[in-house]
Write a protein that binds this ligand. Structure first.
Ligand code: ADP
Ligand code: MG
Length: 420
């Protein structure tokens, strides 16, 4: 481990490992698998990046978002470590050059999306590499019970077939017991040691306040800090309303929700990340991929759907380790709104059938093949598109718990079976 500390100082400039990092690194250096459940900001990247530097060969990292990969590659390069990502911009020639660099140059990291991994050409290239470690970041994307289910994650086990003796590490911050067992089962990590740390973050001050005037309180809170803020609201409409409220007070605010196009989302995220805009007003569609370390305040203007959501959302504050505050603001109205959602969520079998039928549309399944443009399965987005209540959709899906169900095409002879 002394070599590990040396590299930690040399490349990262840190003096010591954080809790759990050292044990995880040891496990991987012993060629064993690891399953890491640690909160956002805990320092999970280092857990695979450092052991990869200590071994010959290349570390493969599966990551769900281009923005996340770009960040990681940039930050490794800034540390003097050679890394590259397979983006969709690369043509076949570029891809061949990239793999040449990995095989014969001194590149240590290859980041790629699970969709890229489906290409046979890429698989062939990967099978020729000397892979020292396989890291599966945001591993909850493999579970239909998580918020960010990505069907392509289910294909990741092809890597085990190509490199059966390479240790693997799966990392996530979101893990309900259901999601956790899904990850273990789907990635075949039964023998992996589980590292789960405390979700306690001592630099976060968590405030839960009852207030009749949520808007007024928000204005006060926002004016009390200079650094970036996120306000979570429950609907797309409220993102716009709060943005307007803040703009009227000369506070720069950006709105973000699942209904924006990819381009609009990127530009909203950029505007806030570059701090041209102080406040991001968002629905819970704003989440994965935010790697902003100096968020000083998170405000909830509604009751979050679950404790997991709440933890995940407030976890985006104070990633730099400095003090940050979070506020959950509520009153009778917001309680009533969320109760109303829960009450509405007792669903009939007919409703379930309708949800499944719409899911079929949403999946755009043709001839049993998921079309290429299907990128992610966002329940919230799905619910909004078909004007379902999100909690009703959850309820309907609960009836399907771990059973095979059939989605019918318009043509009943063509049906597709999907495991939910
Ligand atoms: P996660 O993936 O768990 O959300 P990251 O890997 O993005 O977290 O790391 C979060 C922050 O913690 C980064 O800014 C990183 O540089 C910092 N960090 C990680 N390990 C250490 C350490 N041992 N000492 C100090 N800072 C660390
Ligand atoms: Mg991470």
């Amino acid at each position: 481990m002394s070599k590990a500390i040396e590299l930690l100082k040399k490349h990262w400039g840190f003096n010591s490992f954080r809790e759990s990092q050292e044990a995880i690194i040891k496990e991987l250096l012993d060629k064993k698998d690891a399953f890491v459940l640690l909160p956002t900001g805990a320092g999970k990247s280092l857990c695979y990046q450092l052991p990869a530097l200590l071994s010959d060969g290349v570390c493969l990292v599966i990551s769900p978002l281009i923005a996340l990969m770009e960040d990681q590659v940039k930050s490794l390069e800034a540390k003097g470590i050679k890394a590259l990502m397979l983006s969709s911009k690369l043509n076949r020639h570029d891809t061949i050059v990239a793999f040449d660099n990995l095989q014969f140059g001194n590149y240590k990291f290859l980041y790629l999306s699970p969709e890229k991994l489906q290409s046979e050409f890429i698989q062939e290239k990967i099978s020729q590499l000397h892979v020292n470690l396989i890291a599966i970041d945001e591993a909850h994307c493999i579970s239909q019970w998580g918020h960010d289910f990505r069907p392509a994650y289910l294909k990741i086990p092809v890597l085990n077939e190509m490199h059966p003796h390479t240790p693997r590490i799966a990392l996530t911050a979101t893990a309900t017991s259901l999601v956790k067992s899904d990850i273990i089962e789907n990635l075949n990590l039964i023998h992996a040691k589980v590292f789960s740390g405390s979700y306690y973050r001592k630099n976060l001050q968590i405030n839960i306040e009852k207030t009749a005037d949520i808007r007024g309180r928000i204005l006060k809170l926002v004016q009390s800090v200079d650094e970036p803020i996120i306000i979570y609201v429950s609907t797309r409409k409220s993102t716009l309303e709060y943005r307007q409220l803040l703009n009227a007070k000369q506070i720069n605010a950006t709105a973000y929700h699942g209904g924006l196009t990819y381009k609009q989302k990127t530009s909203a995220l950029d505007e806030w990340s570059n701090e041209n805009s102080k406040v991001m007003v968002a629905t819970n569609a704003f989440g994965m991929g935010i790697d902003k370390s100096n968020v000083r305040m998170i405000i909830h203007a509604h009751l979050p759907n679950s404790i997991e959501n709440f933890m995940q959302e407030i976890g985006r504050a104070g990633r730099d380790g400095k003090d940050a505050k979070t506020y959950l603001l509520y009153n009778e109205n917001t309680i009533w709104e969320s109760k109303n959602m829960i009450q509405k969520s007792t669903v009939s079998p007919e409703f379930c059938k309708m949800v499944y039928a719409k899911l079929n549309d949403y999946y755009q399944i043709a001839n049993g093949e998921i079309q290429e443009n299907l990128f992610s399965f966002d329940l919230q987005e799905f619910a909004v598109r078909y004007q379902f209540n999100l909690s009703e959709v959850y309820h309907a899906l609960n009836h399907l718990h771990h059973e095979d169900i059939i989605f019918y095409d318009q043509n009943p002879n063509k049906s597709s079976r999907i495991k939910i």
